[in-house]
Design a protein around this ligand. Structure first.
Ligand code: GLU
Length: 481
């Protein structure tokens, strides 16, 4: 099947992301969504979203909200309305009854106890546990007894799926039993629902995790029984942790909201990283959405499991932070900065953040560090000193801060180049290296031994605040002596 039928190009490509809302939108799901999105966009097709909420006990409203929220944060915009699977149960049942009347399905009256006994025998005989088809050819249906509807699947021969990632995969029909389509209470099974929905939504390419490869053979038998067009399949290897083990929470198998809120990552960075996780285009690492749409193909998806690497993700994030618009970054860190200061931000604070952003974003790997690295600008005097700053001040040449304050105070203007010229002149006069003058000043100004460019910092803080911080540091040293 597959490759031989309905080549892409004659029909419009339709893909879908079909998460079960039993938990957050995790990183593996997000990657599946991205691949479906890119494939559809590459072919000028449609990318649909279907919430598979048939498992009533495990599907929750908060999980649905988290999935929708995660998709919109990542900018994974789907076409058309969201399809909710549970709402389509009547349509699923209709197809089961259609198969019954076509003779491709049958009523099975086996009771749970009978089926249990059958499985116990199979277990004892060390045979694979499969429904044995005991009602397949019977028509002596008991009146008023509950029954399920099972697919009358082919028993001879084999099925081969030309998977667009895995290559050809073959299973003998003898290995597949007659699966239940409709339960005795009239509710559809998940297998039936998926096939009917994919058909009704016009899905041409089923791109999903390879944990669903086994399902594809059963789903195909159902599609063939209905005589529906067969989709192409692409089963993507799952994501593993950096240590090669299956991805768990410890490795970063968290909801995408954790990448946004707890790790402070940008959505475009997460997207770029996910794209590279299991797909490649030469050595390219930084790939925009536009470029990805142009380049994406299923042939570039690797067959081995991809390894999740948090360090790499942060380095990609650092790249996108440096490229991001300053006003946007101010908005993104505002909440974190306010929490760090323990107060709301004023317009003046925002203005300082905006002006310091070009310097601040050069170093930060994520929004958390961008926010914490900006706090010193906004703290009220006297600002706290960390150990590195305290040591720098303690080892500064005696009287340096007082001399520096006088020289800086006499500066003709308070711009970074002028301040730097003053500091250089002072170092020369005192026979010191520039660093010997600049480092204690940095400590006074920022409370740390490392910071963005000192003279830029001073220019942003302004004359009064800068001289005030120098005075505070002097006082602190005098108290320390
Ligand atoms: N609902 C399934 C899941 O979340 C996906 C089914 C499919 O893609 O066919 O794993």
């Amino acid at each position: 099947m597959g490759a031989s039928h309905s080549p892409a190009g004659t029909t419009k490509v339709v893909t879908r992301f079909a998460p079960s809302p039993t938990g957050f939108l995790h990183i593996g799901g997000a990657r599946t969504a991205l691949f479906n999105l890119l494939f559809a966009r590459h072919h000028g097709g449609e990318f649909r979203l279907r919430i598979e909420d048939t498992d009533r006990a495990r599907s929750t409203e908060p999980a649905i909200a988290a999935i929708l929220d995660g998709m919109s944060w990542l900018g994974f915009d789907h076409d058309g309305e969201v399809v909710y699977q549970f709402a389509r149960a009547a349509r699923h049942a209709e197809v089961a009854h259609q198969l019954l009347s076509l003779g491709h399905a049958y009523r099975c009256y086996a009771t749970p106890a009978e089926l249990e006994a059958m499985r116990a025998e199979q277990r004892a005989a060390k045979q694979p546990m499969r429904y044995d088809g005991r009602w397949r050819d019977r028509s002596d249906w008991p009146n008023d007894q509950p029954y399920v509807i099972r697919l009358k699947a082919p028993r001879e021969g084999s099925v081969t799926i030309d998977d667009l990632v895995q290559g050809p995969v073959t299973v003998a029909n003898a290995e597949l039993d007659d699966m239940v389509l409709l339960r005795s209470d009239g509710t559809p099974t998940y297998m039936l629902a998926v096939v009917v929905d994919d058909h009704d939504m016009g899905v041409t390419h089923v791109i999903r995790g390879d944990d669903h490869l086994n399902n594809a053979f059963r789903q195909l038998a159902l599609i063939r029984a209905m005589g529906w067009p067969e989709p192409f399949y692409a089963h993507i290897p799952l994501i593993h942790g950096a240590d090669g083990a299956k991805l768990s929470k410890r490795h970063g198998a968290l909801g995408v909201d954790a990448y946004r809120d707890e790790m402070g990552l940008l959505p475009e960075a997460v997207e770029n990283y996910l794209l590279r996780l299991g797909w490649g285009h030469g050595d390219d690492e930084i790939i925009s959405r536009k470029q990805a749409i142009e380049w994406f193909d299923l042939a570039g998806v690797g067959r081995g499991p991809a390894r999740f690497d948090m360090k790499k993700l942060e380095s990609v994030n650092g790249h996108y932070l440096r490229a991001a618009d300053d006003a946007r970054l101010v908005d993104l860190i505002a909440g974190r900065v306010a929490a760090g200061l323990g107060r709301n931000l004023t317009d003046g604070d925002r203005n300082i953040l905006q002006r310091s952003m070009p310097e601040l974003k050069k170093r930060a790997p994520n929004l958390n560090e961008l926010a914490s690295g900006s706090l010193f600008f906004l703290r009220s005097r006297p600002i706290p000193m960390d150990d590195g700053a305290t040591k720098l001040l303690a080892s500064a040449p005696p009287g340096l801060l007082a001399t520096a304050a006088t020289a800086l105070g006499a500066a003709t203007d308070w711009s970074a180049p002028t301040l730097e010229a003053v500091a250089r002149g002072l170092a020369e006069t005192l026979g010191l290296k520039l660093g010997q003058v600049a480092q204690p000043l940095r400590a006074a100004m920022t409370g740390a031994a490392q910071s963005p460019g000192l003279f830029d910092v001073m220019a942003i803080l302004g004359r009064d605040e800068s001289l005030g911080r120098i005075a505070d540091a002097q006082e602190m040293m005098e108290e320390g002596r």
